[in-house]
Design a protein. Structure first.
Ligand code: ZN
Length: 317
């Protein structure tokens, strides 16, 4: 669990019919939480604590939750449904009106499994970007896939070695998914043919941008800090953005562009960014369950800054 401080102003759950409503102040945001039925009272309390803890992970990006007033809806499965074994078996963000994160849970699973599950962290990470048009789904899913892993690491829910193993495995799956497609073609081709390309190519771009930002600013800038500037200027946004508009906006915060050069290099190119040399420079060597992390590689200190808390700055040399 995270050690990030929580300021809970209100945890007074009011039961109204079948739905539990409560509000909580977490990481500078007021979360309006609804928990549907069926769920036992004791489990509902545990799920609330897990939600606070999970939302608070975002303090480790730019110090606050990306939306100051989101709605979080928790929908337990009934015992007769086929929700599988996962604690959180599905999540999604809807943006008709108030930005809403819906989490479909299996309330029968023990609460420790919720803390190990990445789904809620992935969905909350989506709120760091505006709604993008379908063609650019690789950016929204990719950035969320990147942050789900590094936030799980920064919070201690994953070891850094597990987070990098999952990132590296994700890149491997992305490489073999729809290899003849460009990144911009992947979403149109559909989840069945290009799912892993959609989920991991944008994560590769997020990592490349993060490294470049940290490297050239000596740790003063990072993907965290640039997304913080985006949040300050533009989020939550009621509009649908293009990927180009997003990347141009991110570049507008910088002295020299990072995002559009990556876009021009990769977005309309078949295949997948070559991440093997990048992982090697970061000191990441994949294992069977956890990566081996080498501290002697050129970008090892950047890797530690990414996967550790308060990572706005590089470790001192
Ligand atoms: Zn997603």
């Amino acid at each position: 669990m995270t050690a990030a401080p929580l300021l809970v102003l209100s945890m007074l759950a009011a039961s109204s019919g079948d739905i539990i409503y409560t509000q909580a102040e977490v990481a500078g945001a007021t979360l309006s939480i609804e928990i549907r039925q069926p769920i036992e009272d004791g489990k509902a309390e545990e799920v609330l604590e897990w939600l606070y803890d999970t939302a608070s992970l975002h303090q480790e990006v730019y110090g606050r939750f990306p939306n100051p007033a989101p709605r979080i809806v928790v929908i337990p499965s009934s015992r007769s449904s086929h929700s599988g074994d996962k604690a959180v078996y599905f999540g999604r963000v809807t943006r008709r009106g108030q930005e809403t994160v819906e989490l479909f849970i299996n309330a029968d699973r023990p609460i420790n499994e919720f803390y190990e599950d990445w789904t809620a962290t992935h969905e909350f990470s989506h709120l760091m970007l505006p709604l993008l048009s379908r063609r650019y789904r690789w950016i929204s899913e990719g950035f969320a896939s990147y942050y789900q892993n590094i936030l799980m690491s920064r919070s201690g829910r994953y070891t850094p070695a597990l987070a990098w193993q999952r990132i590296g495995e994700g890149f491997g799956r992305g490489e073999t998914s729809g290899p003849g497609l460009t990144l911009n073609e992947a979403a149109a081709s559909g989840i069945r043919d290009a799912r892993m390309k959609i989920y991991w190519s944008g994560a590769a771009i997020a990592l490349l941008a993060d490294i470049e930002l940290r490297h050239r600013s000596d740790g003063r800038q990072s993907l965290d800090s640039v997304l913080g500037q985006l949040q300050q200027c533009c989020l939550p946004s009621s509009r649908r953005w293009s990927g180009i508009r997003l990347f141009e906006k991110l570049d507008s915060f910088l002295d020299a562009p990072v995002f559009m050069p990556l876009y021009r290099q990769h977005a309309n190119t078949q295949g997948f960014p070559d991440m093997q040399p990048v992982l090697q420079s970061l000191g990441v060597r994949l294992g069977s369950s956890e990566a081996f992390l080498d501290e002697q590689q050129p970008l090892s200190s950047i890797r530690r800054a990414i996967d550790h808390p308060s990572s706005g700055r590089l470790d001192p040399p």
